[in-house]
Design a protein around this ligand. Structure first.
Ligand SMILES: Nc1ncnc2c1ncn2[C@@H]1O[C@H](COP(=O)(O)OP(=O)(O)O)[C@@H](O)[C@H]1O
Ligand SMILES: [Mg+2]
Length: 490
């Protein structure tokens, strides 16, 4: 059997690894813009190869795929989906695991996703307005000063979202100025490269709570969950610094220590209803991975912040290495629409994944780029920690950093704290040979952080359970001077 994989990050390294350990012993190929050393080794060992090419170009991908003639392809990242790579592969008669361009609208357009949730009355939806021009957005901001979240309407690589609390009357003018400035910035900076959706700016009601991700397989009929994962986006300890693609995640058996089984079930219901809605709206089957980035809020309980039409990175690296079911079998079941016929099981272990990135990431990627990097595999072996290589390019046999996260370290243990400790011991394994520094977050998976998240969850839980009991879930009441009570029900 031949399998083609698309994408060259840590997530794809773990996808390729899961395929490589299959009993079916497939020959694995990869297309990526960088030559990932981990993927290269596994592909070559299987008898396949890695091709450097643009994974977002459907024509080029199909050309390479046709020369390989794989039994199926699997797409790692979101951009190839947005560019219609799965559609082109399917048109060329190549079975593909990965949402089509239309299905991946659930991630590509945050505005499309919000409209869908309202149209199909899916619980956990947030009130929103979307705008095609900055003038309209500013007019709205000036008319309704309140706590809001300003977002680029399109997925733009995890950047541009700004949460603005607007509570004090005496700061209204200043807050308005911040909102206006950010709305302009979104149009001028973030949405400029994209012309594939009409909406430009999204304004959402602001909620708060602990966040988690539920990643699922979908074959167009069944939606099967993987263990719950918690991601950490800010670059530095204590949630400080700029937003990144994700500095590390933890998982704890089926759920996290601060999220209940019921809340996982409710989150899964939201994702299932959304997959149904996507399929109705697009008239296409959703065959691939769908993940809900959720927040436990006092308004709804499980609440949808955004969808991924693929595994998260690093979130995927938490769940794939502990999947006991043969991944090739899972992919085949997705393609043949028979997910309900197999049992997808995971090891009963806690996991921690930590990203290590060169200084400069995420805001000054040129500084993070071009450094020779080495990894002490002996140290990793000693603690049973596994490396998943990310933004590293093999150039003439040397490993050179790209501008993003270089490595993700994975550990599994009985508890999150133990897994955290194992990854921490292995951080010194990665070194830049020219003396430039690497950084990571030491607090991910620590007891202190878990307690903070548990506090946030308890606070939201107390309120949303009260709301549920009193039929107030999802309802919001505002008191506007001279107008009186305005009640919203999403
Ligand atoms: N409506 C919201 N209320 C409060 N916080 C939000 C809201 N939407 C997003 N956020 C915060 O901003 C982060 C990024 O938003 P998200 O929609 O996931 O965009 P992206 O990951 O593409 O940057 C979320 O992880 C969350 O912490
Ligand atoms: Mg997000």
């Amino acid at each position: 059997m031949k399998i083609l994989t698309i994408g060259n990050g840590s997530r794809e390294h773990s996808i390729v690894e899961s395929l490589a350990i299959s009993n079916i012993e497939p020959v694995i190929f990869n297309i990526g813009s960088l030559i990932n050393p981990g993927i290269l080794e596994l592909c070559e060992k299987s008898g396949g190869k890695v091709v450097r090419s643009d994974p977002n170009d459907p024509k080029k991908v199909v050309e390479i795929a046709e020369s390989i003639s794989p039994d199926f392809a699997i797409i790692g990242p979101e951009e190839p989906q947005f560019h219609g790579v799965p559609d082109a592969l399917l048109d060329a008669g190549i079975a593909t695991v990965g949402a089509t361009a239309n299905c991946s609208m659930i991630e590509r357009s945050k505005a499309w996703m919000r409209r869908l949730m309202f149209k199909y009355k899916i619980v956990g939806r947030l009130r929103f307005k979307s705008f095609t021009s900055v003038e309209e957005a500013i007019a709205y901001i000036n008319a309704y000063a309140e706590s809001i979240v300003l977002k680029p309407a399109r997925q733009s690589g995890g950047k541009g979202v700004r949460v603005i609390s607007d509570l004090q009357e005496y700061l209204k003018k200043e807050k308005r100025a911040v909102k206006e400035k950010h709305a302009k910035y979104l149009i001028e900076k973030h949405m400029k490269p994209y012309s594939d959706i009409d909406d430009k700016i999204l304004i959402e009601e602001k909620v708060s709570g602990t966040e988690y991700t539920l990643q699922c397989f979908s074959d167009g009929h069944s939606v099967i969950p993987t263990p719950l994962v918690q991601d950490n986006k800010p670059a530095f300890d204590g949630d400080l610094g700029p937003e990144t693609g994700g500095m590390g995640c933890c998982s704890y058996r089926d759920t996290l220590p601060f999220i209940t089984k019921e809340e996982v079930d409710d989150s899964l219901k939201i994702i299932k209803q959304s997959v149904d809605a996507i399929q109705k709206e697009t008239d296409e089957k959703y065959k691939g991975i769908i993940a809900g980035q959720m927040m436990l809020t006092s308004l709804w309980g499980p609440t949808l912040i955004e969808f991924y039409s693929r595994f998260g990175d690093p979130e995927g690296v938490n769940v794939l290495p502990i999947m006991k079911t043969d991944f090739v079998e899972v992919c085949e079941a997705i393609i043949s629409e028979k997910l309900n016929k197999i049992k997808i099981e995971f090891e009963d272990q806690a996991t921690v994944v930590k990203a290590i990135a060169p200084r400069g990431y995420p805001d000054y990627r040129d500084l993070a780029k071009g450094h020779p990097i080495s990894v002490d595999l002996k140290l990793l072996e000693k603690y049973g920690v596994r490396p998943y290589y990310g933004s590293i390019d093999v150039v003439n046999g040397s490993w050179i950093t790209g501008g993003s996260r270089s490595i993700e370290l994975f550990a599994k243990r009985d508890t999150i704290e133990e897994a955290n400790e194992a990854t921490e011991r292995c951080i010194p394994a990665a070194k830049l040979l020219d003396g430039h520094q690497l950084f990571h977050r030491s607090d991910i998976g620590s007891k202190e952080r878990l307690l903070v998240e548990a506090d946030k969850a308890n606070l939201a839980r107390e309120i949303y359970l009260y709301r549920k009991e009193h039929n107030l879930i999802g309802r919001k009441v505002d008191w506007i001077p001279l107008r009186g009570k305005i009640e919203y029900k999403g």
